[in-house]
Design a protein around this ligand. Sequence first.
Ligand SMILES: NC(=O)c1ccc[n+]([C@@H]2O[C@H](COP(=O)([O-])OP(=O)(O)OC[C@H]3O[C@@H](n4cnc5c(N)ncnc54)[C@H](OP(=O)(O)O)[C@@H]3O)[C@@H](O)[C@H]2O)c1
Length: 304
Amino acid sequence: MSLFAMFKSAGPTGFGYGSTAEQVTEGLSLAGQMILVTGCNSGIGREACRVLALRGALVLGTARSKEKAAAACATFPGKAIGYACDLSDPSSVRGCVAAVKADGHRLDAIICNAGIMMLPKLEKSHGYELQFFTNHIGHFMLVTGLLEQLKDEGRVVMLSSEGHRRAPVGGIEFDNLSGDKGYQPLTAYGQSKIANLLLAKELQRRFAGTKKTAYAVHPGVVATNLGRNLGPVLSRLAAIGPLFLKSLGEGAATEVFAAVNAKALPLAGSYLSDSNVEKPRADAEDAALATRLWAESEKIVQAL
Ligand SMILES: NC(=O)c1ccc[n+]([C@@H]2O[C@H](COP(=O)([O-])OP(=O)(O)OC[C@H]3O[C@@H](n4cnc5c(N)ncnc54)[C@H](OP(=O)(O)O)[C@@H]3O)[C@@H](O)[C@H]2O)c1
């Protein structure tokens, strides 16, 4: 537990900064539930899978390769099946969608957890900046591909970040999705994370009239492999880390809360942090922007 957690009180849901994934699921039986989690082999996603399996859910854990996913799933204390889903490779995402469908799985929740952050130099997939492509387009393909598999009360959870506040002015630079007209690692990460938030908003709008729900979450700041590109910044953070860095259990709490806790249901469509509602940047709540991003993402995916 971070020192910070000792001074922060719980929010209206009864959970807060110091709540862990085990605590937000305490007393819940997830037997009979099927939950797909991307990025099951590392960091927050791995901890989320462990706790969901511990509570009885069948976890469908995805990683860049089937071997990685299967190796991680073998360590969880319950039922878990590994699937390959490289989010930067459309054929791999389509393969994952096809495999989940072929196996006949009906999903209670999809947790879009995998992500990359602040690539030092511009990298691309299919002509698009790689963080936008991996964090947003890959997940857009996966979620839209699996919508038919989502149960009537199914939930979609998008891992966003407070980093969404560093997105470019206007939220998404639709005329620079390649990064060729300018690339800043943090701005590009911010753009991908505001895209995650906007996707949750648009999904919730499209779920109107159904019992399906969507959420975006900020997990907190956790020392994971995500920081592999931070270099000296990370070493400075590591020195003061115990003050504010969340543990893995604390970091996994909000995504798990959104996916399975009944207290999340009235908060559908919201941006959550510390398992409570948080106000995002204003343009992350712009319905027209969310609808435009969906339309542009569809066009991108159709052309791949
Ligand atoms: N840690 C934080 O402080 C923090 C703060 C705010 C938001 N977040 C968000 O939380 C989520 C989880 O991050 P984390 O901290 O747990 O990081 P992590 O330990 O680096 O885990 C990220 C996961 O994403 C996977 N991944 C990366 N690229 C992929 C690709 N092309 N296809 C499929 N999977 C891919 C990684 O697989 P490999 O192991 O193969 O690379 C790994 O399983 C991310 O979406 C991140 O943006 C984290």
